[in-house]
Design a protein around this ligand. Structure first.
Ligand code: GAR
Length: 207
């Protein structure tokens, strides 16, 4: 049985597209995206999922007006329908703009990964690329990591560095980092799908 992946999105969906494209071209094997859950309606990510024939669920946070716990429970229910649970499958945050509660995160511990547009632990949180430009770092990049209850603090699976050029602004740096994300996230998923990731405390060892 292939690994069932649930991808959580909120907007543009270019990382989702990179994942689906990697599956279509055999760069990710033994896995399929079984569901895409979007926290917003009318976003490009949902169109991307449909174009690839993937089932989509929109849990529009703005109109549902649920507590964090209620929202997370609904999310877990939708994933469970596709065989993604605390003991099976993988949940990928690909530009998902909601903070998940500790209950959800702990339930999916070791099966929940995120891509962040900076070299963690630098520039956690929002506008990571802007933070990097404003700080004046010469190198930034992206990080794929397991998710823990503390935001952007989980064990790191892989990172890719990119140069920060003297004339970069937030937009140009974001574009360069995004290209790195499109390589890093599918690579991390392939490592997970083939059982190569072992978490040892804070360290992830790739077998
Ligand atoms: C990506 O740059 C991703 O790293 C970032 O949102 C963007 C989503 O783009 N995520 C975060 O900042 C999470 N902290 P996409 O919708 O085109 O994949």
């Amino acid at each position: 049985m292939p690994l069932d992946i649930g991808v959580l999105v909120s907007g543009r969906g270019s990382n989702l597209e990179a994942i689906l494209d990697s599956i279509a071209h055999g760069r990710i094997t033994g896995a399929r995206v079984s569901v895409v859950v979007s926290s917003a309606s009318g976003v490009r990510a949902v169109d991307v999922a449909r174009r690839f024939g993937v089932d989509t669920v929109v849990l529009d946070a703005a109109s549902l007006r649920l507590s964090r716990q209620e929202y997370d429970d609904l999310l877990a229910e939708q994933l469970a329908r596709k065989g993604i649970s605390q003991s099976d499958g993988l949940v990928v945050l690909a530009g998902f703009d909601r903070i998940l509660g500790a209950g959800f995160v702990n339930k999916f511990a070791g099966r929940l990964i995120n891509v962040h547009p900076a070299l963690l632990p630098s520039f956690k949180g929002l506008h990571a690329q802007r933070q990097a430009v404003e700080y004046g770092v010469k190198v930034s990049g992206c990080t794929v990591h397991f998710v823990v209850a503390d935001v952007d603090a989980g064990p790191i699976i892989l990172q890719k560095a990119v140069e920060v050029k003297d004339d970069d602004d937030e937009e140009s740096l974001s574009e360069r980092i995004l290209r790195a994300e499109h390589e890093a996230l599918p690579q991390a998923i392939q490592m997970f799908a083939t059982g190569r990731l072992k978490v040892n405390g804070r360290r992830v060892v790739v077998a």
